[in-house]
Design a binder for this molecule. Structure first.
Ligand code: KG4
Ligand code: ZN
Length: 340
């Protein structure tokens, strides 16, 4: 089965074709970073308008790169939520319209299920069950994954998501959007001894997170110092270490609580090298395993959406019949992962 995946939930236009028979995937991404950079963050209206201009040419491009004709595509998967309403509507309407024209089903998938399943695109995918840490710009979730489609949320952020905290901290340090990669770059020259940031909510039991206090701590530190390049690097490093260690403590706690021996880390912040190294060390010290998607599949992409669509169709074949005839579509800017 060949699935065309469409991702437009935020500021990346992603398309991909996943071939379940061969287990292969090709993907293309058009980033909107340059468009939003002058504003220091994503402008929803600009994001939606840009998806409109970019999506169809990108679909055309990937079809030409992969096969002679769209007749090889068996289904379309598009991100139905959560995300920016206008941006989601572009992917949903294009996905649904192409499916009607080509007489194939279109399935709306949950963006975070896409992130969660992204490691399955690897040549050596992790076995179920596992605990997943999903860290993106909009969500921080610890999820127990019994099998495909069987998810229990163990913990989540009570305020800012991890990626959001990276973005806001970068902004107050005068670093460009997107903040995660900018903080990571700045932190390379940081002195780990200069500042120590708190590890929020690690002293009390539970698996929820809170990152807004960390951002405030960074702001207070920045306000009390001259922001020369070395101080920016030192604050960036202290922040990055605090996020990595806080996430690590909660991951170990979740593995222990669910008696699992495998951790999967996905979402944009999962591309962070310091976080990867820290979790790798921590988890192997506890005789567990950790898997990360390749960095390009940690951040938003069409491949994870194509794969999640394939899983949705596989789990519920009668759905396909209905999707084939149903012209209606809906997007869900807020959508609980456990509700799918
Ligand atoms: O998953 P994603 O691409 O989009 C959402 O679903 O939100 O995640 C984007 C987030 C942004 O907050 C970005 O700053 C962060 O992931 N990010 C990183 C890195 N690359 C992206 N954070 C830390 N280190 C990185 N290397
Ligand atoms: Zn995402």
């Amino acid at each position: 089965m060949k699935i065309l995946g469409i991702e437009t939930s935020c500021d990346d236009t992603g398309v991909a074709i996943y071939d379940s028979t061969e287990g292969s995937v090709i993907h293309r991404l058009a980033s909107q970073v340059n468009l939003h950079q002058p504003y220091g963050g994503v402008v929803p209206e600009l994001a939606a308008r840009n998806h409109i201009g970019t999506l169809l040419p990108l679909v055309d491009h990937i079809l030409k790169a992969s096969m002679d004709h769209h007749s090889g595509i068996d289904a379309i998967a598009y991100t139905a939520g959560p995300g920016l309403a206008g941006a989601l509507l572009v992917g949903a309407s294009v996905g649904k319209s192409l499916a009607q024209a080509w007489d194939i089903p279109a399935v709306g998938v949950h963006h975070m299920e896409g992130h969660l399943l992204a490691p399955m695109l690897d040549a050596d995918p992790p076995d179920f069950p596992f605990v997943a840490l999903l860290v993106s710009g909009g969500h921080t979730l610890l999820v127990d994954v019994e099998s495909e489609g069987c998810y229990q949320i163990l913990g989540q952020s009570l305020d800012d998501a991890a990626g959001e905290a990276f973005d806001k901290t970068a902004k107050l340090l005068g670093l460009p959007y997107p903040g995660g990669p900018a903080i990571a770059r700045a932190a390379l020259g940081g002195d780990p001894e200069r500042f120590h940031f708190p590890r929020p909510m690690t002293q009390r039991p539970g698996l929820d997170f809170s990152f807004s206090g960390l951002k405030t701590f960074a702001r207070n530190t920045a306000d009390n110092h001259t922001l020369d390049p070395q101080t920016i690097a030192d604050i960036a490093l202290a922040f990055e270490l605090a996020v990595a260690e806080t996430l690590g403590i909660k991951c170990l706690r979740a593995l222990k609580y669910k008696k699992r021996d495998r951790l999967v880390v996905a979402g944009g912040v999962g591309a962070n090298q310091r976080l990867r190294q820290h979790l790798q060390q921590l988890v192997s010290d506890s005789r567990c395993a950790v898997s990360f998607p390749r960095p390009e599949f940690c951040t938003d992409n069409g491949a994870m959406i194509a794969y999640a669509g394939y899983v949705r169709i596989k789990l519920n074949p009668p759905l396909v019949e209905r999707l084939n005839t149903d012209a209606a579509f809906q997007v869900y800017p807020r959508w609980n992962l456990e509700a799918i």
